[in-house]
Design a protein around this ligand. Structure first.
Ligand code: G6P
Length: 468
């Protein structure tokens, strides 16, 4: 394969392994917004994507899937434990999400993080063409920008941070705080979800490294004594709206939505939560508030059902194991106290579903509950809004999500305030169709105008400016 002008580096490759009838393996691109946004660019520029296949000890040569050139990075079982489950998901993830769970600091995990980041950087540096572009994604790979720059000073480097960046008082806990900042500053453009994330990052750079910061520009001193400018600012990510609009208009999906409502006993109102089973999502807070409304008789299982999809995630990390136990205990209690033969309080689904089924659920739901305690963006909120082609439905949205900066017409909540969540649920359940329509129209305009293409174009044009 010729060198690639454009190389994406992310922890995961955008593919799922599918087994053929004779057990032979093939790979299919997974339907993520990021792939959709980058696909045209990948095709027109001989793009390549560097990432992990998602299983330990799998060695694969580069291959093509649906016309995208994929470069697998192999991780041993110990690296999966120390780099992915350890440093990425038990140190950085909880620290960057406001220490909702206590971050674990282990020197061996940091060593594994450095080793694996170097492997990704080497793969990208080997793949990229002279004067090409490398776009690094997310918290698993914060050291990669600087490592690529050392290997390939000719290349333009972008980094996008999909999760929150914490306030300095929290960030300062990280024993490797200066190294991580240096790693990120290897990029020409460092993108964040919210303006607040960029501000926190700039504060950390100023306070820890004492580099000069002017607006979004950072003066990064180079080894030869010169100064390079890095830019850090917000580029709020979005969804690929087209497949959601198509599915929402599809009669088979609409029929499925009606079928879902019927199978729940045609309640007057269906409430919906859709999350990875993660402690950042505020699932417990949401369930607690809903359970109290039932206990107080303000809601009844004859009229309402909460459907909670909690897709399995990071199941070998302790905090996730405990969270699952807590949620399932709470769901069991609430159902035990409230269910009748014909109606359930909470239909809890610890499963992942294809996009068609998710859209049918969105169409079936009168109220979408997004109560994250902290979330970089929360694309579920945008997916729900995009599918509401009839301008009905209510979005309850935590103010601690990136989406809250844009989706101003949602019913806003502080998920820590259980009485406030209860009031928001009641507001949503009782909202008149006229009020729903007024809010939903404005929410939809926002999401449809700022889709994932707009996001990638604005990031890539900032990178172009950096190149000049
Ligand atoms: C978040 C992160 C992504 C990550 C995803 C799923 O959205 O920002 O980088 O891929 O969660 O988590 P997982 O650990 O399964 O990759």
């Amino acid at each position: 394969m010729a060198a690639a002008e454009f190389v994406v580096v992310a922890n995961r490759l955008p593919v799922d392994r599918v087994e053929g009838p004779d057990g032979e393996e093939t790979w299919r691109t997974s339907p993520g917004g990021l792939v959709a946004a980058l696909e045209p660019m990948m095709r027109s520029t001989h793009g390549a994507w560097v990432g992990w296949v998602g299983q330990p000890d799998v060695e694969r040569d580069p291959f093509e899937a649906d016309g995208i050139h994929l470069i697998p990075v192999s991780l041993s079982a110990q690296e999966v434990a120390e780099y992915y489950e350890g440093f990425a998901n038990d140190t950085i993830w909880p620290l960057y999400h406001d220490v909702i769970a206590p971050p674990q600091f282990h020197r061996e995990w940091w060593d594994a993080y450095v080793t694996v980041n170097r492997r990704f950087a080497e793969a990208a540096a080997a793949a990229v063409a002279e004067d090409g572009t490398v776009w690094v994604h997310d918290y698993q790979l914060q050291l990669v920008p600087q490592m690529v720059r050392e290997l390939r000073p000719d290349v333009t480097i972008g980094y996008f941070h999909h999760i929150p960046f914490p306030a300095h008082g929290l960030y300062a806990q990280l024993p490797w705080r200066d190294q991580v900042l240096q790693g990120l500053l290897g990029a020409d453009v460092i993108g964040f979800q919210r303006a607040q994330d960029a501000t926190y990052f700039l504060t950390a750079v100023r306070r820890r490294l004492r580099y000069e910061v002017k607006g979004a520009n950072i003066a990064v001193p180079q080894d030869d004594g010169s100064i390079r400018t890095a830019v850090a600012r917000a580029f709020p990510i979005s969804i690929d709206t087209a497949p959601y609009l198509d599915l929402a208009a599809n009669p088979a999906v609409q029929a499925r939505a009606a079928e879902i409502r019927a199978s729940l006993g045609n309640p007057k109102r269906i409430l919906l939560g859709v999350d990875r089973l993660d402690y950042t999502k505020g699932i417990r807070h949401r369930i607690k508030a809903y359970g109290e409304l039932l206990a107080e008789g303000r809601l009844s299982v004859d009229d309402v059902t909460l459907v909670q999809v909690a897709s399995p995630s990071r199941e070998r990390v302790d905090a996730y194991v405990h969270l699952r136990d807590e949620i399932e205990l709470a769901v069991g209690r609430i159902n035990g106290d409230n269910d009748t033969m014909g109606h359930t309080a909470i239909r809890y689904l610890h499963q992942g579903y294809p996009r068609e089924e998710m859209v049918a659920l969105y169409l079936a739901a009168d109220v979408m509950l997004v109560t994250a305690l902290r979330d970089g963006m929360n694309l579920v909120a945008k997916e729900y809004v995009a599918t509401r082609v009839d301008n009905r439905g209510v979005l309850v949205l935590s103010e601690f999500t990136g989406a809250a900066d844009e989706l101003r017409q949602a019913v806003r909540v502080n998920p820590h305030d259980i009485e406030g969540v209860k009031a928001a649920i009641m507001t949503a359940v009782e909202m008149t169709p006229a009020e729903q329509g007024k809010r939903m129209r404005s929410l939809r305009r926002r999401v449809l105008e700022n889709d994932v293409d707009a996001w990638s174009s604005s990031f890539l044009s900032a990178l172009d400016d950096a190149r000049r």
